[in-house]
Design a protein around this ligand. Structure first.
Ligand code: SAH
Length: 217
């Protein structure tokens, strides 16, 4: 067997172990677990860190940002799905593109915005080999959502905000759901569900995310 194939086999086994760990941590949604099995997470982290890509940790991706922990990615998507389809989905904070790749196997359409241009370029590069036809990346400040593609059935935010940005609520479709870490020192996942003109907010588990910043760079 040549080296590349041996490495692919090793990566696949590491991924299968990661999925088993996610199950033992309580993730039950088979569609989410299948998506986590599909995406080669090691291709999204810096080369020197690839050996730890399938551990349950956040890893640096440069520019003081991190790729989210596998459990948090799986859990957030599982809660958002809650047995239904994600539909048209906006991700705020594409980072290295990993979560966008996972979402592309679960949602019909994925729009992912990132405020740091070189990170967005890296996400584009990382996603290229996967050839996902339903992912679009955009350099933008996600506090403003993505008005030209709104409304969204699902919005998932990968950075912590002091409060839920109004533009994101406004861009939810009827019945749409938004998941966002809220807080500074103490953060919690907040789920916002839109029912007509009313929004229902539930506070969920404690988390630790990089901050949602404003503007682009
Ligand atoms: N989902 C990413 C995790 C990246 S960490 C992954 O799978 O790798 C969070 C990302 O949010 C960072 O890349 C950061 O630059 C970005 N971010 C922070 N504030 C933002 C904003 N206002 N708009 C868009 N992206 C933002």
């Amino acid at each position: 067997m040549n080296m590349a194939l041996a490495d692919a086999g090793r990566a696949m086994r590491a991924r299968a172990r990661m999925v088993e760990r996610l199950r033992s941590q309580g993730v039950k949604d088979e569609k989410v677990l299948a998506a986590m099995m599909q995406v080669p997470r090691h291709q999204f982290v810096q080369e020197g860190l690839a050996y730890g890509a399938y551990d349950d940790t956040a890893l640096p991706i440069g520019f003081q940002q991190t790729i989210s922990q596998p459990f948090v990615v799986a859990r957030m998507i599982e809660i958002l799905r809650n047995g239904r389809e994600l539909g048209r989905t906006l991700e705020v904070g594409a980072g290295c593109g990993y979560q966008a790749a996972v979402l592309s196997f679960v949602a019909t359409e994925v729009y992912a915005v990132e405020r740091i241009r070189p990170l967005l370029d890296r996400a584009r590069e990382n996603l290229r080999t996967l050839r996902r036809p339903n992912v679009r990346l955009k350099h933008a400040d996600g506090n403003l959502g993505l008005p030209e593609a709104a409304p969204f059935d699902t919005i998932i935010v990968a950075a912590a905000a002091p409060t839920v940005p109004q533009a994101l609520k406004d861009q939810l479709a009827p019945g749409g759901r938004l998941m966002i870490p809220v807080g500074t020192a103490d953060q919690r996942l907040v789920l916002v569900e839109r029912h007509g003109a009313t929004f229902r907010e539930s506070r969920l588990e404690a988390v630790r995310f990089v901050p949602l910043l404003t503007g682009t760079e």
